[in-house]
Design a protein around this ligand. Structure first.
Ligand SMILES: C[S@@+](CC[C@H](N)C(=O)[O-])C[C@H]1O[C@@H](n2cnc3c(N)ncnc32)[C@H](O)[C@@H]1O
Length: 259
């Protein structure tokens, strides 16, 4: 079973319309320019690409991108959004937990997994299989840049109920997010209830539940060390200045180098 199924995948870009994908991609590009070997900045594997927003922004820099997601509905969205000029991106349905077994016909200079997507891989063994898969798919000294949800912020400040509304020309959307924590397993479960109210007085309703894991910084470092990656740098977001990690830090962006 995947997440972002059916209509939820269609609505994803509305829900994250204010997220600054271009700024994030620019920062990832700067990190690649700074930390990747000059001859290793060409082909890039993206895990959990969603509707392709980072891939579309990064493709402008000339990377050859293979981007995967296990939701076929999200991958369908990428294909609807793709234009003929974006021939350097290839989207496919695949599960990052099975990465080791996938044959792309090439290995990669770079890999990314952004917007806390590694947290969908809930269990230690599965997280280890993602790192193992990335290690195998990367060229020597290749970089893996990924973002994860930081446990202290979640535990201190999570919102049990959140309601957001989007007023569009032809309809109004209401999303209710109800979150519960499983502290012993470092996971949160969010039940999304999404209403679309149409101009003709009808409405539709969908519900999807998603479970995600959050991590302590040192816990994540011990995961990556099991896979012979070097921690090059980490930031509390997509900004060079965000070097202080504390309980206000919701997301950590970590840069690893394959040894
Ligand atoms: C929060 S969204 C982020 C999507 C995209 N990276 C972005 O920044 O917009 C998480 C994505 O992870 C995908 N995902 C979760 N578990 C996955 C898995 N095991 N393999 C591949 N994709 C997965 C979901 O389908 C979803 O598209």
């Amino acid at each position: 079973m995947s997440s972002y199924i059916g209509r939820h995948a269609q609505l994803y870009d509305i829900f994250y319309g204010e997220k600054n994908y271009q700024k994030e991609a620019d920062f990832v590009h700067t990190m690649i320019q700074t930390y990747a070997q000059p001859n290793q900045r060409k082909n890039l594997l993206e895990l959990a690409c969603g509707t392709g927003n980072h891939a579309f922004c990064l493709a402008k820099y000339g990377y050859e991108i293979t981007a995967l997601d296990y939701s076929s509905d999200m991958i369908s969205r990428t294909k609807e959004k793709m234009s003929d000029s974006q021939a350097n991106i290839h989207f496919q349905v695949a599960d990052m937990r099975q990465l080791s077994a996938l044959d792309f016909g090439q290995t990669f200079d770079l890999a990314i997994c952004l917007f806390d997507s590694i947290g969908y891989v809930l269990h230690n063994e599965a997280i280890n299989s993602v790192f193992d898969g990335v290690y195998r798919q990367l060229n020597p000294y290749g970089l893996f840049i990924f973002e994860f949800w930081h446990a202290p912020a979640m535990l201190k400040s999570f919102d049990p109920v959140r309601v957001k509304r989007w007023k569009l020309d032809d309809r109004e959307i209401l999303r209710i997010s109800e979150t519960s924590l499983d502290i012993s397993n470092s996971t949160s479960t969010v039940l999304y209830t999404i209403y679309e109210f149409f101009a003709n007085q009808t409405f539709s309703l969908l519900q999807e539940s998603q479970r995600n894991r959050f991590f302590q910084l040192q816990e994540m470092i011990s995961f990556v060390k099991q896979h012979d990656f070097e921690v090059v740098k980490y930031f509390g977001g997509y900004d060079n200045l965000l070097t202080q990690i504390d309980e206000q830090t919701w997301h950590i962006l970590m840069i690893l180098k394959k040894n």
